[in-house]
Ligand binder design. Structure first.
Ligand SMILES: [Zn+2]
Length: 601
């Protein structure tokens, strides 16, 4: 990862406008001081996603996502901080290289040369494809349309030894640069340079930033190996790439993505309108890829090959995905080894039906558990039930659980009540752990609250009551001649005053149309429905308790002042302070009697 000097962040923030960036993903409408639209991070029908041009910030009141333009792109494109900066720079014509440190500058110029060379090679392969009808025919025989061939930039590498090498030389690249790209190799005796890929269909592989980072290459006939890929390098890291990235996608969090094994599956499915299709670059998913997919999609459909290797690859990928909030289904295709072949054989409509009837993860797992077992055999049945229950323990939805138990019962002929009893036996132990964790979490919360002073909590409570109605607001703000002790509440009180001058009730939707987004965010934290019914005498009590707390805090601060005065032997000031303190103690006493009187009423 290149290193930049710190100023790069400000450079980006000062040179892009959040409205321009966000509006590429969200249709924004102006409302008062802000812009609003449908949140791209959660699904909603009425907009609660706001952008403030003044603050160059966004916030969603539905799911609480928020931040500046950099965090928007990090979330939207699932990029780390630096990559998000680079992404924004790329798409806004900004040049970050001026902020690179010296070493990074060298690496960067080397890498950008590689991307140039790769792009140049991709164009060369594409032109070869057009000039060699047999290669084009190979693809059309496999059912690829002209449009999809061009959208994915497919090409052909000639069977010549150095066609690409010579082409790149003509384009002005040095041997050193071309060798670094790994598109060519030095012969074993070190005298000649020859092309890495020959007589193959060339499939350019893009990264998130739409740069060509490498190639997949398929033989035209049955020549083995069928596929070869660019080798691992600084710019081609298979574990991080999903094939299908960087090609037009229409992502929304609701959408399903389809995970396939092969390049051809990705391309074929795109041709038929499935735009969110990816191939992991090995047979099973990596941690990075799982993270990437779960950040962008809510549902994932496995459409891996229907052989043993494919199933094992799914089994290996599942633990990585289950850590994330993503719903998983598995596609089962009969009489074809992969989606590409299936569509060629049976057509897209039949394939779509299969997608609709894909089985969910638990059914898939239970099916897998059944493999190799003979359920007519009592001991096999026992093994099957035990293993299945082990899986079902992860289910949280009671309805879903009982459906699965019924299904298990049908499958095994064992009554569902018996299975349920087994399940409960199994469940108790893990339940206890969960309960303990809950208790821990609760005590954590309590500890956090305790760090706030009593006075703060009282003011917080009073302030949140101000949001419940104009009447309560008037009552409280009139009682507080000097505002709140804590400045944040005092300032917000002024904002509220202006708001209530034209409105009777506080609502976030109204507020966001007239207030600054930051102010609304602050108010949002204190909106509590429980305050709507609060009585005046209850508010009165809180106000008195607040006065008492102020007294206590004043007494405490005078005490420490007194200690200091004793140290310096300043008798005159000491007398003054003691007098003041006794005044406050009296005052506090007065508030106590008031509270007692309130109690009597
Ligand atoms: Zn949201």
């Amino acid at each position: 990862m290149p290193r930049y000097r710190e100023e790069v962040k400000d450079y980006i923030l000062n040179n892009v406008d959040i409205e321009n960036v966000v509006s590429k993903y969200v249709t924004l409408k102006r409302v008062g001081a802000n812009l609003k639209g449908l949140c791209p991070f959660h699904s909603e029908k009425t907009p609660s996603f706001y952008v403030s041009k003044n603050w160059q910030n966004f916030h969603c009141f539905g799911c609480s996502e928020g931040g500046d333009v950099i965090s928007f792109i990090m979330k939207m494109e699932n990029l780390d901080f630096i990559s998000a900066l680079e992404f924004i720079a790329d798409s806004n014509g900004l040049d970050m290289s001026q902020f690179l440190d010296e070493n990074a500058r060298k690496v960067d110029s080397r890498l950008s040369k590689v991307y140039d060379i790769n792009l140049c090679a991709a164009k060369y392969f594409r032109d070869n494809l057009k000039a060699n009808s047999f290669a084009e025919e190979y693809l059309s025989d496999r059912g690829m349309s002209k449009e999809v061939i061009s959208a994915f930039g497919l090409g052909y590498s000639l069977s010549s030894w150095d066609g690409l090498y010579k082409h790149l030389k003509v384009k002005g690249y040095s041997d050193d640069e071309i060798l670094y790209s790994k598109l060519v190799r030095l012969s074993s005796n070190g005298t000649t340079i020859h092309d890495t890929f020959r007589n193959r269909i060339m499939i350019p592989i893009f990264d998130n930033r739409k740069r060509v980072v490498g190639f997949g290459a398929r033989s035209l006939g049955n020549e083995m190996p069928k596929y070869i890929n660019s080798s691992e390098s600084d710019f081609f890291k298979k574990s991080k790439i999903l094939y299908g990235q960087g090609i037009s996608q229409n992502i929304s969090r609701d959408k399903q993505c389809i995970l396939v094994e092969g390049y051809m599956d990705v391309i074929k499915l795109n041709q038929f309108g499935f735009t969110n299709v990816f191939a992991s670059m090995g047979t099973s998913l990596t941690e990075e890829q799982a993270h990437e997919l779960s950040r962008k999609y809510k549902n994932l459909l496995f459409a891996y090959d229907m052989d043993d290797a494919g199933r094992k690859a799914i089994d290996r990928s599942l633990p990585l995905l289950e850590k994330h909030d993503i719903e998983i289904k598995v596609l089962e295709l009969d009489k074809a080894k992969d989606p590409d072949e299936y569509i060629n054989k049976f057509g897209i409509e039949v394939f779509k039906d299969c997608v609709d009837s894909a089985i969910d993860l638990y059914r898939y797992k239970i099916k897998r558990l059944k493999e190799g077992l003979d359920l007519k055999n009592a001991s096999d049945r026992r093994v099957f039930i035990d293993k299945s229950i082990e899986y079902l323990k992860q289910l949280e939805d009671g309805v879903e659980l009982s459906l699965y138990i019924q299904e298990l019962s049908q499958e095994t002929g064992i009554e569902s009540s018996v299975i349920m009893t087994e399940y409960n036996k199994n469940k108790t132990a893990s339940h206890r752990v969960q309960k303990n964790q809950k208790v821990l979490a609760e005590s954590d919360k309590v500890a956090k609250v305790n760090t706030k002073t009593k006075l703060y909590l009282l003011e917080e409570k009073l302030f949140s009551i101000c949001l419940s109605s104009k009447e309560n607001f008037d009552f409280i703000s009139e009682s507080l001649s000097n505002g709140f002790k804590h400045q944040e509440f005092s300032l917000a009180l002024l904002t509220l005053k202006e708001y209530y001058s034209s409105m009777e009730n506080f609502s976030l939707n109204e507020a966001v149309d007239i207030m600054d987004l930051r102010e609304v965010l602050f108010l949002d934290k204190y909106l509590r429905s429980e305050n709507v019914e609060i009585s005046n005498s209850e508010i009165q009590k809180l106000l008195i308790k607040r006065e008492q707390e102020i007294c206590l805090e004043n007494i405490a601060s005078l005490n420490s002042e007194l200690n200091e005065l004793l140290l310096y032997n300043d008798t005159e000031s000491e007398v003054q302070a003691r007098l003041k303190q006794s005044e406050i103690i009296k005052e506090r006493h007065f508030f106590s009697t008031l509270l007692d009187a309130e109690k009597l009423i």
